[in-house]
Design a protein around this ligand. Structure first.
Ligand SMILES: [Zn+2]
Length: 293
């Protein structure tokens, strides 16, 4: 065999071997969104998760390994600077393609003159907590992935459809699960549940902290104590990403109960089911504490 033939074989071999793994490397910031992306990409490739531990994205600082992962990604999917305030600088510096879901939803709303979500929530970044909004997010991401990796468009579209049907069923389930506790007042830990509360018409009367990046001031704490004493607050929720001591002192000598509510599914195994597990658990945590009244 001549050298020319050998190198031709080598080229063909490389083309063959490598064309099967030239999938897009997709990096997703937080677990709930990662779970939806994993559902869309099922059977094609697993997306990577940036915040894989129990950290709050509101207080996260990047590690050198995160910077490396960002540098190697073909697409980074995140919520927006209101959620991952640690990301914009490095995204600009890395010049890697990225999708900020809040911007994507906003431009879609503009295009379709659908001001629904913009109006009630402004830039509440916890958009995954409404399964019907998650359906739209799934569609937007599937469309972007199809542009990035057109060879797998068929799989992305089929998976997105299955996922949207699953989200419809989840919505039905949450609707009937949450109906009995709709009117009971409660205080959430941080302002994360606007989408959930609007979708299921829940009765939130405040949050323990006003800003997840800062400590609550004395006046806000006095306001909370007033509310707890005078509005029959059934439950105050803690979150695993935050220190619960403030909640414990707030409910001392009152009839108000406390329980944990986890909007991120910190301890759940990442993957296509994580989203559904976390949403069902949020509903159960709400119902268990509020129905007890
Ligand atoms: Zn939050």
């Amino acid at each position: 065999m001549t050298h020319a033939r050998i190198s031709l074989h080598l080229v063909l071999l490389l083309l063959f071997c490598c064309s099967s793994w030239t999938h897009a490397a997709v990096l997703v910031s937080i677990k709930p969104i990662h779970s939806l992306v994993a559902g869309i990409m099922q059977g094609v490739e697993d997306p990577q998760l940036l915040l894989s531990g129990g950290q709050s994205p509101h207080r996260y600082t990047l590690k050198p390994s995160d910077a490396r992962n960002i540098q190697q990604a073909d697409l980074i999917i995140w919520i927006g600077p209101e959620m991952e305030s640690f990301l914009p600088r490095i995204l600009t510096a890395s010049e890697r393609p990225n999708i900020a879901l809040l911007d994507l939803l906003k431009s879609e709303n503009k295009a379709s003159h659908n001001h629904d979500h913009e109006d009630h929530a402004g830039r509440d970044p916890h958009l995954w907590l409404d399964p019907l909004l998650a359906k739209r997010v799934v569609q937007l991401i599937a469309d972007r992935l199809s542009l990035l990796d057109p060879k797998h468009r068929g799989s992305f579209e089929k998976n997105a459809l299955t996922l949207q049907q699953r989200l419809d069923r989840l919505h039905q389930e949450l609707e009937s699960r949450l109906a009995p506790v709709r009117t009971t007042p409660y205080i959430a830990f941080h302002d994360a549940y606007g989408y959930l509360e609007a979708r299921y018409r829940l009765n939130s009367v405040g949050t323990v902290i006003l800003d997840p990046e800062r400590l609550s001031g004395a006046r806000h704490i006095r306001d909370l104590q007033q509310k707890i004493r005078h509005t029959g607050v059934g439950c105050i929720f803690t979150e695993p990403q935050f220190e619960p001591r403030l909640v414990e002192s707030l409910i001392e000598d009152t009839a108000t109960r406390n329980a944990e509510l986890d909007p991120l599914g910190s301890d759940l195994p990442a993957g296509p089911d994580a989203y559904f597990q976390l949403m069902r658990r949020v509903a159960n945590q709400l119902v268990q504490c509020l129905a007890n009244k």
